[in-house]
Design a protein around this ligand. Structure first.
Ligand code: BYC
Ligand code: FE
Ligand code: FE
Length: 474
C-alpha cells in the first residue's frame, strides 16, 4: 500500500475523504510543530539530517533515505494493512469479529491505554533534547534524531486514534499530550521512567535498550487488540521500534568494546585508571544497567493487576505474540508469583492467570533483555577479562508491584533497609559516577571521529561509510 505524501499530513488512511477529521488534525499540527521547536532536539532544527522516511507499511519496502531538516520531516499517519475478516484473538470475545469502531462499553479504558502509550512518545523526545550538544559522533547524532522523529511520529499515531475515534474528549487528550512534560513538577508525564533525566549518552543507550524494549512489548500487546485501528497502528510502529533497540544494543556494545581496548592499552582493569584514560569502567556500566532495567520493569504495571485482567478479558490488550499460546481465554489457568512474606523472606502467591498478565509480559521482556547482555558478555570474555554483566533480579529497586519499596539485593535476596542503603552505591550510579560520565560528554562533530569513550560502529547507515557526514550542521 503506497503512502500519500501529497496531503499536508501524509497518511494511508484516506484522510482526504474525511474533511472534519482532516481539519481537526490540521489544527493540531501547528501545535505539534511548536512543541517540537520548543522541546525537541535543541540547537539542531536547522541542521540537515540523513533520515529515513517510511514509503510503504510492509517491513520490506519500508524506507527512503535523504537529508532533511527535522522540522520538515513528514510526520504522518500510517497503519499496517487491514486483514480481511480479522477476529479478536483473546479474552471473553475470542473469535468474534474485530472492532472497526470503539466498543462503547470500553471507551474510557481504551482511551486511557491510548493516552498512556501516546504520553511516552513525546516524553522521550523531551528527555533527550539536550543530548545533541554532547554527541560522541555525527553517526550517533543522526541515530538520536532518527529515534526522536520516529517517537514524534508515534505521538501522531496515537493522536490520530484519539481524533478519529474519541470525538471531543479525544481532541482534549491530544492537547494534553503536548501539555504534560517530562520531569515537570506540576504536569509530569504519566509513567515514572519518562520523568527520569537522560543527561548523558550512556543513559541514552540504556534507555533505548531497556525502555524502548518495553515499548516493543507494550506495542506487541496492543497490536493484538480487538480494536482494529489500534492493532494496525501498533503493528507499523513496531517496525520503527527495531532501530531504537539497535541503537541501544550497539551503543552499549561499543562503549564496552572501547573499555576493553583501553584495558589492553594501559594493561589494567582498575576503574580509576580506566577513567583517567577516558573510558567507562565496566562496574559503572553495570550500575547504569541496574538503574534503567529496574526502572523499565515498573512500566509493565503491578504483578497482580485487576486492570490487566479486565483489558485482557475485554479484548483490548493481549499478550505479546498471543498466537503462540494455546489457550487464549485463560479463565482456568493460574500463575505463581513471588512476593515478600513480610518477614524478610519470599512467599509464593497463586493468582488467576488473567490477573498476572502484566507479569507474563514482563517475563517475556526479561528474556528478551538477556539477548544483548549475553552478546556483551561474549565480547568481554573474548577479550579475556574476568567480568560479567548481569540483569538484576526483577525484585531489585522496584517502585510498582508487590516488591515496591522492599530492600532487595541485585541477586534477589531481601535484606534490611539499613544494609541496603549502605551498599546502594555498589548497585546504582552514584553522584560521582554521573559526574564522571558527564565529564566525558564532549561534542564530537568531525565526520568519522568518535569520542574517547566509545568505539566506532561496525558499519554506517544504509551502506554509507562510517565517516559519512550524517548531519550537516546548518
Ligand atoms: N509509573 O494495575 P496496575 C514506549 C499506574 S514504552 C507510574 O499496576 P496497569 C516508549 C497505572 O496507570 C510503552 N504509574 O497496572 C519507550 C494504574 O493507575 P490507575 C508504553 C504507573 O493498570 C521508549 C496504577 O498504577 N506503553 O512506548 O495494568 C521511548 C495501577 O496499575 C506505572 C504503555 O505503557 C509506572 N511505571 O497499568 C518512547 C501501554 N505503572 O489506573 C516510547 C499503555 C502503573 O490506578 N499502558 N502505573 O490510576 C498500559 O497498558 C498500562 O497502563 C500500564 C500498566 C502498562 C501502565
Ligand atoms: Fe515509540
Ligand atoms: Fe522507540
Amino acid at each position: 500500500m503506497s503512502l500519500n505524501y501529497r496531503d499536508r499530513i501524509p497518511n494511508n488512511v484516506d484522510l482526504g475523504t474525511n474533511r472534519s477529521l482532516q481539519r481537526a488534525l490540521e489544527h493540531w499540527q501547528p501545535k505539534f510543530l511548536t512543541w517540537w521547536q520548543d522541546l525537541g532536539p535543541e540547537g539542531f532544527q536547522a541542521a540537515d539530517v540523513y533520515l529515513r522516511t517510511a514509503t510503504s507499511v510492509d517491513a520490506k519496502g519500508w524506507a527512503t533515505y535523504g537529508k532533511v531538516k527535522m522540522p520538515d520531516y513528514r510526520w504522518g499517519i500510517f497503519l499496517a494493512e487491514q486483514t480481511a475478516d480479522r477476529r479478536i484473538g483473546f479474552g471473553d470475545f475470542y473469535g468474534k469479529p474485530a472492532w472497526d469502531q470503539v466498543p462503547g462499553d470500553f471507551r474510557s479504558t481504551l482511551r486511557r491505554l491510548i493516552v498512556t502509550q501516546g504520553d511516552t512518545e513525546p516524553a522521550s523526545v523531551e528527555q533527550q533534547r539536550l543530548l545533541g550538544q554532547i554527541c560522541p559522533s555525527l553517526y550517533d547524532l543522526r541515530n538520536l534524531f532518527q529515534v526522536n522523529v520516529e517517537e514524534g511520529r508515534h505521538l501522531w499515531a496515537m493522536v490520530y486514534l484519539l481524533h478519529a475515534y474519541f470525538g471531543r474528549d479525544g481532541r482534549e487528550e491530544a492537547e494534553e499530550l503536548l501539555a504534560r512534560h517530562s520531569g515537570d513538577a506540576d504536569k509530569p508525564r504519566i509513567l515514572g521512567t519518562f520523568n527520569e533525566p537522560i543527561s548523558d549518552w550512556l543513559s541514552f543507550y540504556m534507555f533505548t535498550y531497556f525502555t524502548d524494549r518495553d515499548g516493543k512489548f507494550q506495542l506487541k500487546s496492543l497490536a493484538e487488540s480487538g480494536f482494529d485501528p489500534l492493532a494496525r497502528t501498533c503493528q507499523f510502529m513496531l517496525t520503527e521500534e527495531a532501530h531504537h533497540m539497535f541503537v541501544g544494543e550497539t551503543g552499549i556494545g561499543r562503549v564496552i568494546r572501547r573499555t576493553l581496548e583501553v584495558m589492553n592499552e594501559i594493561n589494567s582493569d582498575d576503574p580509576e585508571a580506566l577513567r583517567k584514560a577516558g573510558a567507562i569502567d565496566l562496574p559503572t556500566v553495570q550500575r547504569y544497567l541496574n538503574f534503567w532495567f529496574s526502572s523499565s520493569l515498573d512500566l509493565f504495571g503491578s504483578d497482580v493487576s485487576s486492570n490487566a485482567a479486565t483489558v485482557f478479558a475485554n479484548g483490548l490488550k493481549g499478550r505479546p505474540d498471543e498466537g503462540r499460546y494455546e489457550d487464549h481465554v485463560c479463565v482456568e489457568d493460574v500463575f505463581d508469583l513471588d512476593k515478600p512474606d513480610g518477614k524478610g523472606g519470599v512467599d509464593i502467591e497463586t493468582v488467576p492467570l488473567r490477573n498476572a498478565m502484566n507479569e507474563v509480559t514482563r517475563n517475556a521482556y526479561v528474556k528478551d533483555c538477556m539477548i544483548g547482555v549475553k552478546r556483551w558478555n561474549r565480547s568481554i570474555a573474548k577479550a579475556g577479562k574476568p567480568f560479567e554483566l548481569t540483569l538484576p533480579s526483577t525484585r531489585f529497586r522496584r517502585q510498582i508491584g508487590s516488591w515496591a519499596g522492599f530492600s532487595v539485593m541485585p541477586d534477589g535476596t531481601p535484606i534490611d533497609e539499613e544494609a541496603w542503603n549502605a551498599r546502594a552505591n555498589e548497585w546504582l550510579p552514584t553522584e560521582a559516577d554521573q559526574q564522571f560520565v558527564h565529564s566525558l560528554m564532549r561534542q564530537v562533530t568531525e565526520p568519522g571521529k568518535m569520542a574517547s569513550w566509545i568505539a566506532p560502529p561496525d558499519r554506517g547507515i544504509n551502506n554509507l561509510p562510517v565517516d559519512y557526514e550524517y548531519v550537516h550542521l546548518g
